[in-house]
Design a protein around this ligand. Structure first.
Ligand code: NAD
Ligand code: TDX
Length: 332
């Protein structure tokens, strides 16, 4: 039975992956997570104790990572500071976790010859014009815009260097925007859902014509598991589900699904350096590894996500005022 170490497994996508692995494989999982504002023990509730354990700690702690990595077969590395807006306000934690933390993991995996899968984002490629016929592929040059995406790009390049220089057994995936249960309420979709549930108006940055390529977090997890099982070492795979939509469309859809007038939102200050469009071409993952997304219908996946936030007010309610207060100091 394989033992895998999942970094950041108490966050949004990492916890989804842990649940997915426990349900769909016989692997044992150890989560290493610092439980920052974005990490939550409750995200791992209900998992059998003999299949999944949580270790609270920092991936930048070299002694801890050395010890943990040495007793596992594979590391799946989700831990990161993940929010663009936070990176514009205070970039430092992004360097500490995304760059130094990844370096520490690479060194531990190199020492113990442990397989690594590194989780990254489509944002490393910068953005596309709205009318660009091309989408991102594995060969698109890196061109990150924000401190967040620059640190993710840096972490990817470290992994590539460790593959080339030290023969590290590693793969990388770059995924588009995820939606689903347990996403922190600072992010676009849960912020708008919880605004409505909390009697506030949704907030749209600028004109809202920016396009994101939405994928359900379960589809991200199935893609990562496919890469772990069948991916070629040293290679990069893009993960996407052909889900391009602009923010204006998504905010109107959320309002409609929640029984509100579609124009009951506020336009607020735009994000500085706001990327216009992300779009993933996932042909390689589909044709070489046989992966396909299961959530074809965005509206129904979004409806289920809305229900989850409605049913889990205890998960997000205590933080709501503070998250909104932080946004309001930036007129957002
Ligand atoms: P998240 O912010 O919800 O979760 C991040 C987790 O990492 C949290 O549990 C946090 O406590 C933990 N963490 C942060 N710093 C740590 C440290 N120094 N040591 C140990 N644990 C630490 O993020 P997410 O949205 O779930 O994203 C997870 C990964 O997926 C990130 O690498 C992100 O770049 C990538 N990604 C996210 C998306 C998306 O749409 N959210 C899309 C593509 C890729
Ligand atoms: O209140 C808001 N209003 C708004 O219009 C917020 C929070 C966001 N937006 C816009 C900005 C983006 O165009 O919505 C879009 C999505 O914003 P975020 O949820 O902050 O996501 P994004 O910046 O696209 O990055 C996400 O996808 C790629 C994740 O946070 C990253 O971790 C991932 O790498």
């Amino acid at each position: 039975m394989q033992k895998i170490l999942v970094t950041g497994g108490a966050g949004f996508i990492g916890s989804n992956f842990v649940h997915y692995v426990v349900e769909n494989t016989d692997m044992n999982v150890t989560v290493i997570d610092k439980l920052t504002y974005a990490g939550n023990r409750q995200n791992l509730a209900g998992l059998p104790e003999d299949r999944a354990q949580l270790v609270v700690g920092d991936i930048a702690d070299a002694a801890l990572m050395d010890e943990l990595v040495s007793t596992h077969d594979t590391v799946v590395h989700y831990a990161a500071e993940s929010h663009n807006d936070n990176s514009l306000r205070d970039p430092r934690p992004f360097l500490d976790t995304n760059i130094i933390g990844t370096y520490v993991i690479l060194e531990a995996c190199r020492k113990h010859d442990v397989r690594l899968h590194h989780i990254s984002t489509d944002e490393v490629y910068g953005d596309l014009e709205l009318d660009d016929p091309n989408r991102f592929t594995e060969t698109t040059p890196y061109n990150p815009s924000s401190p967040y995406s620059a640190t993710k790009a840096g972490s990817d390049l470290l992994v590539r260097a460790w593959v080339r220089s030290f023969g590290m057994r590693a793969t990388i995936s770059n995924c588009s925007n995820n939606y689903g249960p347990r996403q922190h309420i600072e992010k676009f979709i849960p912020r708008q859902i919880t605004n409505i549930l909390d009697g506030r108006r949704p907030k749209l940055y600028g004109a809202g014509l920016n396009v994101r390529d939405w994928i359900h977090s379960d589809d991200h997890s199935s893609a990562v598991l496919t890469i772990l099982e069948k991916g070629e070492l040293g290679e990069t795979y893009l993960i996407g589900a052909d889900g391009e939509k602009n923010n204006l469309h998504v905010i109107r859809l959320i309002l409609r699904l929640m029984g509100e007038p579609e124009d009951a939102f506020d336009h607020v200050a735009d994000r500085v350096g706001h990327d216009m469009r992300y779009a993933i071409d996932s042909t390689r993952l589909r044709s070489e590894l046989g992966w396909a997304p299961q959530f074809g219908d965005f509206e129904s996946g979004l409806g289920d996500t809305i229900d989850w936030y409605r049913e889990h007010v205890g998960w997000w309610g205590r933080e709501k005022s503070a998250v909104e207060a932080a946004y309001s100091t930036h007129s957002q």
